[in-house]
Design a protein around this ligand. Structure first.
Ligand SMILES: C[S@@+](CC[C@H](N)C(=O)[O-])C[C@H]1O[C@@H](n2cnc3c(N)ncnc32)[C@H](O)[C@@H]1O
Length: 241
């Protein structure tokens, strides 16, 4: 599926006609308009745009890759940091009928729009948004997982305030099953990750999580660069040992 101009037009992202065309062509074939969640996902982007949310939703190919990763690993409980309009949550839940998603969001407006989108997608019973700063909301979720009230995490997607990338990863590893996969988005940032002197907090947040993950014996990690309709970026993938 293509997002049909509904997302990713922000100035931060370098655009390239070939990358975008390749995404359009391949998605037309691997996620055609006949896919059950196709129109629902476009509706979510349209409603998010109409309600004034920023156009920073995860790229369709990346969100689908996460959904397929959950399917391959038969994940029962996924956690997302940063709900925005619920785009990735809808992907995860629609591709995986058994999956429970917990998503953390600081903005009341984003949460409200996401809730509309989840209801429209028919997955509101399996996606729970917890409102608040993720670092404040996490201790309660941790208690519920530690007490067995909620299953351990099989998949984590970190996509909120990038300065806290490492704080989030550090705290959730203990709540994950062995073999759980953690992704941290927007790591490459057009290549700016290699600039140690770049004062931009999001660049420093990307560098910190890569450097700390590499030293951490609880996980085995890799960084993947990618190009596409969202430009040039990449993510860190970590597997819990
Ligand atoms: C890049 S967007 C998330 C996109 C979303 N994952 C998707 O797939 O469409 C980042 C979101 O994180 C939220 N956010 C920022 N700081 C946060 C914090 N400290 N705790 C929780 N959410 C936060 C923002 O309000 C925004 O909705």
């Amino acid at each position: 599926m293509s997002t049909q101009g509904l997302a990713f037009t922000g100035a931060f992202h370098v655009q390239n006609k070939t990358w975008t065309a390749v995404d359009s062509y391949t998605q037309e074939h691997v996620h055609p308009t006949t896919a059950p969640n196709h129109s629902t996902l476009l509706d979510a982007l349209r409603n998010s745009r109409d309600k004034g949310l920023p156009d920073i939703a995860t790229a369709p190919v990346v969100a689908k890759m996460y959904a397929l990763q959950c399917k391959a690993n038969k994940v029962k409980h996924a956690l997302e940091f940063g709900t925005l309009g619920g785009y990735t949550s809808i992907w995860l839940a629609t591709v995986n009928p058994e999956l429970q998603v917990t998503s953390l969001e600081i903005s009341e407006h984003h949460r409200a729009v996401a809730q509309e989108n989840l209801e429209n997608a028919g997955v509101a019973d399996r996606v729970t948004i917890r409102l608040g700063a993720a670092l404040d909301v996490l201790p309660q979720l941790a208690k519920e997982i530690e007490s067995g009230a909620k299953p351990k995490l099989g998949f984590v997607y970190i996509d909120a305030d990038k300065q806290n990338n490492w704080n989030y990863m550090d705290r959730i590893i203990a709540l994950c099953e062995q073999g759980a996969v953690i992704y941290v988005d927007n790591i490459v940032r057009g290549g700016s990750i290699i600039d140690a002197g770049n004062p931009e907090p999001r660049v420093q947040g990307a560098r910190q999580v890569v450097e700390n993950a590499g030293k951490d014996e609880r996980v085995d990690s890799v960084v993947m660069q990618f190009v596409g309709e969202k430009g040039y970026d990449g993510m860190l993938m970590a597997v819990v040992r």
